[in-house]
Design a protein around this ligand. Structure first.
Ligand SMILES: [Fe+2]
Ligand SMILES: [Fe+2]
Length: 475
């Protein structure tokens, strides 16, 4: 089904057949536009940006490209096609027909999951709202705005579910999603990483590589949900999410390319005097963004996660491809613990280790990009490897975070060390104020088509077969 763009809210959910819902969403829309105007990209709202807009959910051609002013972007509601005879694929209700309405007993829990996911979407737009002013190129500027408008659409996706399936409570939650603000002392966003600043473009690429990838894993496990509308919504969101992670992986890759070029040209590791970002600083940024993103998966052992699974509302990554009973009645799963000052692996009931399993899938996926970056570094003839830090490093949540206790900290290799040692060494592991100031000092806008800032290489390819020198944003 293709989408009617003449409608106020483009959709493939037959919105006009449900006048009450349509009116409720139309009543929410001005608040969204006000939110976008206040907290969306600063300084570029009037400019035409070469954006892709979802026009169908057809795998072969779901998007259209063209220059659009961001406030005129058509944020719509698109659900992946319904699979005939889809079943609940895991938990106590395994084998029952997938739910088209919210089962009464799971109402509160489902609403909470949808609100938590929904809250991350506007948060990232808020975090990134100032980056336009320092873009390294028009190509990158366009990619930033593409990510931003799609996060806006993801907010619509969650708000649709709240309005369509959760009555008055859902409408109140949808309003609250426009009231919280990233980093606000009184009304912060729900999850920690979404209250951190994204002050520079290196942080932006790290965020889209590591934190949007958390989004991928959360959406993928919600896409397994027995609540069919949630599953269908998340499946389509994943299509868009892939581009966000592409922006991160290629962004970091291009910084590395440029750094390697400068290292060879000047025969030094210290490329800062030549306007490049040294690999050591890149590693520190990576350590920070990886560690705050692994926190997003929650505690290693979680009865909440077990309950979501047993209820059939949040599954494992690629649940239906896993060869087991999908109930996890007596299965176990290896989980790392701190025992006598060391990190050791113990088998735990798989049901309460669902978060850790998802984190494992995520960590493996993160490692693939790191490998590709390292291949590029090796190819440049440079002897340096980027590494993911140990998952226990710099954690705030779970047994390596709040539960670690007293004087213990974890270094990037996964060794427990006393706090005093951590205090001495953390400047080698995490970006310091000086590192931030240096990266910030490189952030000067480059806005001529085809030109790129000196700290980043041009992309190999443009967007939608356009060249790197295309006018991606008309200034
Ligand atoms: Fe998103
Ligand atoms: Fe995203």
């Amino acid at each position: 089904m293709s989408i009617d763009y003449m409608e106020r809210i483009p959709n493939n959910v037959d919105l006009h057949a449900n006048r009450r819902l349509q009116r409720a969403l139309e009543a929410w829309q001005p608040g969204f536009q006000k939110w976008w105007g206040e907290t969306g990209p600063i300084g570029f709202q009037e400019k035409e940006v070469y954006l892709r807009t979802a026009v169908s959910v057809d795998a072969k051609g779901w998007a259209q490209f063209g220059h659009v002013r961001m406030p005129d972007y058509r944020w719509g509601i698109f659900l992946a096609d319904q699979e005939p005879d889809r079943k609940v694929n895991f938990g106590d209700h395994k084998g029952e027909p997938a739910w088209q309405e919210v089962p009464g007993e799971f109402r509160g829990v489902l609403r909470r999951l949808i609100v938590t996911q929904g809250d991350t979407e506007p948060a990232s737009v808020e975090q990134q709202c100032r980056l336009g002013a320092t873009c390294p190129s028009l190509y990158d500027l366009r990619n930033l705005f593409q990510v931003n408008v799609e996060e806006g659409r993801h907010l619509w996706a969650m708000v649709y579910l709240l309005h369509a399936y959760f009555g008055r409570d859902g409408r109140e939650e949808a309003d609250a999603l426009l009231e919280r603000r990233s980093g606000d002392v009184d009304r912060p966003r729900i999850l920690g990483a979404f209250n951190e600043a994204t002050p520079d473009w290196l942080s932006f690429y790290m965020f889209t590589y590591f934190t949007d990838r958390d989004g991928k894993y959360q959406l993928a496990s919600l896409a397994e949900s027995g609540f069919d509308p949630l599953s269908r919504t998340c499946r389509f969101m994943l299509t868009e999410e892939a581009h966000h992670m592409f922006v991160g992986e290629t962004g970091i890759g291009r910084v590395i390319d440029r750094t390697c070029e400068l290292m060879k040209e000047h025969d030094t590791d210290d490329v800062r005097p030549f306007g490049g970002i040294d690999l050591k600083t890149l590693q520190k940024y990576l350590n920070f963004h990886f560690s705050v993103s692994v926190d997003l998966f929650g505690s290693e052992l979680s009865t909440n996660a077990a309950n979501y699974y047993t209820m059939g509302i949040k599954g494992r990554f690629e649940e239906t491809r896993i060869d087991d009973d999908h109930k996890l009645s007596d299965a176990t799963y290896p989980v790392e613990h701190v025992v006598d000052g060391k990190i050791v692996t113990r088998q735990e009931p798989a049901l309460i280790a669902i978060n850790e399993r998802l984190r494992d899938d995520y960590v493996t996926d993160c490692g693939k990009g790191v490998q590709r970056w390292n291949r590029a570094i090796a190819k440049a003839g440079i002897d340096f490897e980027l590494k993911l830090p140990h998952r226990a490093f710099h954690r705030a949540i779970g047994q390596f975070g709040e539960d670690l206790g007293g004087d213990a900290r974890v270094d990037p290799e996964g060794r427990l060390i006393p706090a005093a040692e951590w205090d001495r060494k953390q400047r080698d592991w995490l970006p310091t104020a000086d590192d931030h100031a240096f990266v910030q000092s490189l952030m000067a806008p480059v806005t001529k088509p085809g030109q790129f800032a000196g700290w980043i290489a041009p992309p190999r390819r443009g967007i939608n077969n356009q060249g790197p020198d295309f006018e991606y944003v008309k200034l």
